[in-house]
Write a protein that binds this ligand. Structure first.
Ligand SMILES: *[C@@H]1O[C@H](CO)[C@@H](O)[C@H](O)[C@H]1NC(C)=O
Ligand SMILES: *[C@@H]1O[C@H](CO)[C@@H](O)[C@H](O)[C@H]1NC(C)=O
Ligand SMILES: *[C@@H]1O[C@H](CO)[C@@H](O)[C@H](O)[C@H]1NC(C)=O
Ligand SMILES: *[C@@H]1O[C@H](CO)[C@@H](O)[C@H](O)[C@H]1NC(C)=O
Ligand SMILES: *[C@@H]1O[C@H](CO)[C@@H](O)[C@H](O)[C@H]1NC(C)=O
Ligand SMILES: *[C@@H]1O[C@H](CO)[C@@H](O)[C@H](O)[C@H]1NC(C)=O
Ligand SMILES: *[C@@H]1O[C@H](CO)[C@@H](O)[C@H](O)[C@H]1NC(C)=O
Ligand SMILES: *[C@@H]1O[C@H](CO)[C@@H](O)[C@H](O)[C@H]1NC(C)=O
Length: 462
C-alpha cells in the first residue's frame, strides 16, 4: 500500500507541503508535522468538543500510531486512548468519553465536564524507514454559558440629584468566569469622579447622581463561550426645575415684557425641565402685595379684566420631590387699539416719515407756545391801544400808517391764523375772506377783532 493511499486525506502532497514550509523555516525536513489549534479551545459544559489535528509526513509508512494524553496542573498525565493503523485502544476508564477515528487523529470529547479542562497532548509516530515522531498540546477550557443578566437599582424608588446615590447591580444566574461591563447609551462606562465599580465590576455605583446620569444602562456579561446583555434600565433621578420659561400664544415678547392689544386675551405657558413634573403657580404682583391667582402650567389673561395698563406676574415652578423651586417675573403691557393703528400706519408710511411728522408737530407746538408766551399779544395790543392816541391810529390807518399797521398785522396774524401762505386772512366766521379784498378793508376789520380778543382773553385769565 502506498503512503498516498494510506494517508488519504492526509495526502503526501500535504506532507510535502508541510515539509517544505518546515524546510523553509528550520532548514531541515524532519518528515513529520502535526498541527493543532494554536489558541485555547473553549468548550461548553455538557456539549461535545472536537479537537482537530492534522499531520503529514514525507516517507513511506508501515505503521501509524496516535496517542492522546491529558494533563492538568500538578497532576500526573493521564493516558486517554491510542491507535495503531485503524485499531483504537482506549483507557477503559474513559472509553465512552473519547472518540478517535484513525487515521484521522482528531479527538472528540463528549460530554465535556469541568474536570476535562486542561492540556491535551497528541503524539503521532510514523514507522517506516526508521521512526518519525511529533507531538502537540492543546489547551481546553470548559465553561457554562452566560444566562441573561438582570439589573437591579438601589434605591429602586430613585434618587434626588446631588443628594442621593445609586447602585446598579448586575445579576446573572448562570455562567462561569464572568466578565462584567456596564454600558450607558451603548457605550462602555468608565471609572470617573462619580462612577465606581465593585472589584468584579458587577456593581456600578453613582455618587452622587445628577441629571446627566439619566440614560439607557445595561450590563453586558461575557465569558469565553457566550455573552449576554441585560435589558435597558433607566435610573429614576429626580431633578429640576431647570430653564424656567414663560411663553405666550400671541402678543409681542421683548425680554420679560409681553405687549398685548386691548381687547385681546393671551394665554401664557410656563415650562421648566424637571422630574417629576413641576407644579406651577401664577402670582400677580401689585405694589407690595402678591397673591396666587392660579395653579397649573397655563394662565389666560384677558386684557379687559386688567385694571392697569401694565401688570406684573410671576410664574413659580416647584418640584415637590427635589424640593427646589424657580420663578420668573414678567410684565404684561396692554396697548390701546389706536396705538396699534398708528403702528400699522407707520408700516405703510416709512418709520422715518412718521417720526419726522411727529417731531415737526412737536416743534411747531413748542414754537407756538414759546412765541405766545413771549409776546402775549393781547397785552401788547392793549398797551398799544392805551398808549397811542386814537388820532394816531386814524392817521396811521388813513394816511401814512402803513408801517405801524403792518407791525400790528404781524402779531395778530401769528396768534389767530398761522398760515403758510403768508396772505392775511379774515376769520371765516366773522367776515368771509377772499384774496381779492383790498388792503383798506383788511385794516379796518383787523382792528375790530383786536379790540375784542384782549377783553375775552383777560376774562378767561381772571
Ligand atoms: C499497519 O498497516 C501496515 C500496512 O498496511 C502493516 O504492514 C502493519 O503490520 C500494520 N500494523 C499493525 C499493528 O496492524
Ligand atoms: C476528522 O474527522 C472529523 C469528523 O469526525 C472531520 O470533520 C475532519 O474533517 C476529519 N479530519 C481529516 C483531516 O480528515
Ligand atoms: C531508508 O533509509 C536509508 C538510510 O537512511 C536509505 O538508504 C534507504 O534508501 C531508505 N529506504 C527507503 C525505502 O526510503
Ligand atoms: C452618598 O454617598 C456619599 C459618599 O459615599 C455619602 O457621603 C452620602 O451620605 C450618600 N448619600 C446618601 C443619601 O446615602
Ligand atoms: C434609550 O432607549 C430608548 C428605547 O429603549 C430609545 O428610544 C432612546 O433613544 C435611547 N436613548 C439613548 C440616549 O440612547
Ligand atoms: C472593570 O471595568 C474596568 C473599566 O471598564 C476595567 O478597566 C477593569 O479591567 C474591569 N475589571 C474587571 C475585574 O473586569
Ligand atoms: C412696601 O414695602 C416696603 C418694605 O417692606 C415698605 O417700606 C413700603 O412702605 C411698602 N409700600 C407699600 C405701597 O405698601
Ligand atoms: C408631587 O406633586 C404631584 C402632582 O404634581 C403629586 O401627585 C404628588 O403626590 C406630589 N408628591 C409629593 C411627595 O408631594
Amino acid at each position: 500500500m502506498g503512503e498516498d493511499a494510506f494517508m488519504e486525506p492526509f495526502s503526501s502532497m500535504v506532507g510535502v507541503f508541510h515539509c517544505k514550509i518546515y524546510l523553509l523555516l528550520f532548514g531541515t525536513c524532519l518528515g513529520l508535522t502535526v498541527t493543532v489549534p494554536s489558541h485555547t479551545v473553549h468548550g461548553i459544559r455538557g456539549q461535545a468538543l472536537y479537537l482537530p489535528v492534522n499531520y503529514g509526513f514525507h516517507t513511506l509508512a508501515s505503521d501509524i500510531q496516535i496517542i492522546w494524553l491529558f494533563e492538568r496542573p500538578h497532576t500526573m498525565p493521564k493516558y486517554l486512548l491510542g491507535s495503531v493503523n485503524k485499531s483504537v485502544v482506549p483507557d477503559l476508564e474513559y472509553q465512552h468519553k473519547f472518540t478517535m477515528m484513525p487515521p484521522n487523529a482528531s479527538l472528540l470529547i463528549n460530554p465535556l465536564q469541568f474536570t476535562d479542562e486542561g492540556s491535551y497532548i497528541v503524539k503521532v509516530n510514523i514507522q517506516g524507514n526508521g521512526t518519525l515522531s511529533a507531538s502537540q498540546k492543546i489547551q481546553v477550557t470548559v465553561d457554562d454559558p452566560v444566562t441573561k443578566p438582570m439589573v437591579q437599582t438601589q434605591p429602586s424608588s430613585g434618587a434626588v440629584e446631588y443628594v442621593g446615590n445609586m447602585t446598579l447591580t448586575c445579576l446573572v444566574e448562570g455562567g462561569t468566569r464572568l466578565v462584567y461591563q456596564w454600558l450607558k447609551n451603548r457605550r462602555p462606562v468608565h471609572t470617573s469622579s462619580t462612577y465606581s465599580f465593585s472589584p468584579q465590576n458587577n456593581t456600578l455605583r453613582i455618587t452622587p447622581v445628577t441629571k446627566g446620569d439619566i440614560g439607557n444602562y445595561s450590563c453586558l456579561v461575557k465569558n469565553a463561550v457566550s455573552e449576554m446583555e441585560s435589558d435597558i434600565i433607566i435610573p429614576t433621578i429626580y431633578y429640576g426645575p431647570y430653564g424656567l420659561r414663560v411663553n405666550s400664544d400671541k402678543g409681542l415678547k421683548v425680554g420679560e415684557v409681553f405687549t398685548i392689544d386691548l381687547g385681546e386675551a393671551i394665554l401664557f405657558d410656563c415650562s421648566a425641565d424637571s422630574y417629576p413634573p413641576n407644579t406651577y403657580s401664577w402670582i400677580r404682583r401689585t405694589d407690595n402685595t402678591t397673591y396666587v391667582i392660579k395653579h397649573g402650567p397655563r394662565l389666560e389673561v384677558a386684557s379687559e379684566k386688567v385694571a392697569q395698563k401694565t401688570a406684573d406676574y410671576v410664574c413659580c415652578a416647584y418640584n415637590n420631590v427635589t424640593g427646589r423651586r424657580d420663578e420668573t417675573h414678567f410684565t404684561v403691557i396692554i396697548t390701546s387699539v389706536g396705538l396699534e393703528k398708528l403702528a400699522q400706519k407707520g408700516k405703510s408710511l416709512s418709520p422715518l416719515a412718521s417720526i419726522t411728522g411727529i417731531s415737526l408737530f412737536l416743534i411747531i407746538s413748542m414754537s407756538l407756545l414759546f412765541l405766545w408766551k413771549k409776546y402775549q399779544p393781547y397785552k401788547v395790543i392793549k398797551q398799544k391801544l392805551e398808549g397811542r392816541p386814537e388820532t394816531e391810529y386814524r392817521k396811521a390807518q388813513t394816511f401814512s400808517g402803513h408801517e405801524d399797521a403792518l407791525y400790528d398785522f404781524g402779531i395778530y396774524e401769528f396768534v389767530a391764523f398761522p398760515d403758510a401762505s403768508g396772505v392775511p386772512r379774515m376769520p371765516s366766521s366773522s367776515v368771509p375772506a377772499s384774496d381779492g379784498v383790498s388792503g383798506q378793508d383788511l385794516h379796518s376789520t383787523i382792528y375790530e377783532v383786536i379790540q375784542h380778543i384782549p377783553s375775552q382773553q383777560q376774562d378767561h385769565a381772571e
